[in-house]
Design a protein around this ligand. Structure first.
Ligand SMILES: [Zn+2]
Length: 420
């Protein structure tokens, strides 16, 4: 299905990409394979992140295809290869926030910080046709205030049309500030009983945020100096991109770390693990430690091995910091099933489980509505990137709470709409 586009890639002039998350960027190599000839515009950190993330994606696809071929004897090809990724990277053009550039004659673009992940952008397009100018704002994935590392989302002040995401349009999140207190308590408690903390970490942003929190607590002497392992080649590479891009950090990061000549992502308790052998050695590690490993939903990767080795010890804690989709091992752990199946065998879930919801990278109901309220001159609003219920709630709130008089549209997949 991912190889079929609802449009002809040869007829697309340019791609403007909001951020590096794979649900936004992961199919760009297919687009190029199928004849897209233009450039891909995004922020500079997005290019650096995609260099490692798309390569990782190609590698996983190759492994999956090889496995499926062996298992089902079918001729299964990966969606794209490393060579396709290299071709994709050559098309990318990077800009900083606030820089104005033209993608096609009459179409000007500016990126503004979305506060969602490193390098994430909101997009403001100015389209000129004859004497008519229209400004089209796109939230991209819209972030949250007061998150570590990232600046708060920029407020676009005026546009004619808004395309807004709606992922958490019906939820309110807890503030991230509670994470510091909670982690202090959690680490002291688990280390006090001689246990380990296992964190299924999403490689982009959440892993770095967790490291940031632990490093800060360690500097403030609020937690004991237990070893922390980031066990994932992808998370390690992404953390290196973070270390290089200090100009994109918020003021708080300067106060907490950079102003004291420290990097949030490097300190003496912290070890990044890339080799399989070093990862396996953790299985026999004696004593308390914190292991942050991928994948985030526990569907594959090294985290599965760490869970297998640690899930039956009641001294341990599995700390869930992200959404777990139905049908994943992560979901079964959050639901605290007594027995969980890992790599074909059943294990007793005796470790403690704690789910923290503060790490969400998407603005909640209030933040999304505030953003819309503060954009002047809007005539049309399109709602995207949310489940049906969230979309309905947002549409009602825009009409009823904001008393918006213009048009609110929740487009269907593949629907073509003319902008006024
Ligand atoms: Zn995203």
């Amino acid at each position: 299905m991912n190889s079929n586009f609802l449009f002809d890639p040869k007829k697309i002039d340019a791609v403007v990409l909001s951020h590096a998350h794979i649900d936004h960027s992961g199919n760009l190599p297919t687009l190029i394979k199928q004849g897209f000839k233009g450039k891909i515009y995004c922020t500079k950190p997005t290019i650096e992140l995609l260099t490692v993330m798309l390569e990782d994606s190609a590698k996983i696809q190759l492994q999956d295809a090889q496995y499926l071929r062996k298992r089902f004897q079918e001729d299964i090809e990966p969606l794209y290869s490393k060579a396709d990724v290299i071709q994709t990277m050559k098309r990318m053009v990077g800009f900083d926030y606030g820089e104005k550039f033209e993608v096609e004659p009459g179409i000007e673009v500016v990126f503004y910080d979305a506060g969602h992940v490193l390098g994430s952008a909101q997009v403001l397009l100015t389209v000129t046709e004859g004497k008519k100018k229209r400004r089209i704002a796109f939230t991209g994935d819209y972030g949250r205030k007061n998150m570590p590392i990232l600046n708060d989302p920029y407020q676009i002040s005026s546009a004619d049309v808004l395309i807004t995401e709606s992922t958490y349009a019906e939820h309110l999140h807890d503030s991230f500030k509670y994470v510091f207190e909670e982690m202090e308590w959690v680490v002291k408690d688990v280390v006090g009983r001689g246990g380990k903390i296992i964190v299924p970490g999403f490689s982009l942003e959440r892993t770095q945020e967790m490291v940031y929190v632990l490093h800060k607590l360690y500097l403030e002497k609020k937690i004991p100096a237990v070893p922390i392992f980031v066990d994932s080649p992808l998370s390690t590479k992404i953390s290196q991109v973070f270390m290089k891009n200090v100009n994109y950090y918020d003021d708080q990061s300067f106060k907490d770390f950079l102003g004291r000549a420290k990097s949030p992502f490097s300190f003496k308790n912290l070890t990044y693990i890339t080799s399989v052998n070093d990862s396996k050695k953790l299985n026999n590690y004696n004593g308390s430690c914190i292991i942050i490993s991928a994948s985030g939903m526990c569907t594959a990767g090294r985290i599965v091995h760490h869970l297998k080795h640690n899930i039956e010890d009641p001294r341990n804690l599995i700390l869930v910091i992200g959404y777990m989709a139905k049908g994943t091992l992560g979901r079964r752990i959050v639901e605290q099933k007594r027995k969980v199946k890992i790599m074909g065998s059943y294990y007793n879930l005796k470790a403690d489980v704690l789910a923290m919801n503060e790490f969400s990278a998407h603005g909640d109901k209030l933040e999304l509505m505030n953003n819309i309220k503060n954009i002047k001159n809007l005539k049309q609003i399109f709602i995207v990137h949310g489940e049906e219920q969230a979309t309905i709630v947002m549409k009602n709130n825009i009409k009823e709470e904001l008393k918006f008089q213009g048009e609110v549209i929740a487009p269907k997949l593949g629907q073509e709409i003319e902008i006024n």
